[in-house]
Design a protein around this ligand. Sequence first.
Ligand code: NAD
Length: 367
Amino acid sequence: MPLKPDITPPEAQDMRVGFALVGIGKLTSQELIPAARTSEHAYVAALVSGEADKAQGFARALGLGEGDAYTYEQFDELANRDDVQAVYIVLPNSLHREYATRAARMGKHVLCEKPLGVNAEDAQAIVDACREAGVLLMTAYRCQYTPEHWAARDAVQDGMLGPVRLLHSIHAQVEDDPEAWRLKRDLAGGGPLPDVGIYSLNTLRFITGQEPEWVFATQHQPTGDPRFREVEASMSALLGFPDGVSATIQTSYAAHKTTTLSVMGEKGSLTMDPAFPYDGLKLRISSEDGTHEPAFPEYDQFTLEFDHFARCIRSGRAPWTPGEEGVQDHVIMDALYESARTGQVVRLPGSAKADAFRGTKPDLPEK
Ligand code: NAD
């Protein structure tokens, strides 16, 4: 895949924050490496992979040396690299904890892919390890950094839709390969819910700034389909937010690619469709002023994340989506699985204040 062209003049390399990318799968090779090239505040200083050849090939393509490519066995040698200030973990979910903890012990800041772990306890252990080591931790929730999602949040929170009553989101796609790690409970922690359904959950929480107080869920795990021996094929959930606001979330690994989100207020509504791809997001707002589809500047979601975390590292401020934000989604997902298992409503602590688990607001790309 051709690398995207530079769109911003990079700072002198030594002013930017050096990242080691751990795991060179689809996301790293197709999105993160190109995104880092257009980052103003971050660059890839090292790569870590199970295959030495693969890491070296990508290192060469980035203009790095052979010594910048590491195997998983050599991971702890990053401790000797002062130019590597942050480690970006892009591995199957159950490996996040081990590598995040080892990175934190080396004094490296940690950017970790979603979901943060495989359940709330696992994710909390990552937060604790980073806190103990005094390093920053960011959960890579790219949809909390885009101008489209912020415009949706502003429309809701500025009252453009009147009091919000109903929320709805679907994130579904077909997973074909029965051997994929995403379908193995030990590696993934669950099925579509922690992989794609998490976008619905996380983005509705972000847009409202509120936390659900109870959840009810049902899931379907067909017998006889080798893909769903270990995890659910689909889940439908009802979530109760404060003041009687209710949300429905649906997710599936056996339904055609769909990413939508809607918020219905008393005086207006908004829809994002598609709501969660890497680009081409579309927002439509209907209010007393009519219906409009705002225009947004071009940007790369992963570059925005790199830049935000690099700025936080330089200023010592907590990122907008710290580890706590990742743990909160796991607390809710654990409750959704418990509800699906027991057939009961599961109550949650909720939160007394808005944006309870978030840190420093990100800068949005300018028009
Ligand atoms: P992938 O399967 O393409 O790559 C996973 C990488 O992990 C590969 O390089 C593989 O070799 C390595 N690996 C190490 N140990 C492994 C093991 N035991 N089993 C399987 N692979 C192993 O996955 P991906 O799509 O790059 O996903 C990696 C992480 O990124 C996941 O946490 C996923 O949820 C997240 N992700 C996030 C987004 C996003 O939009 N933010 C998109 C895709 C994936």
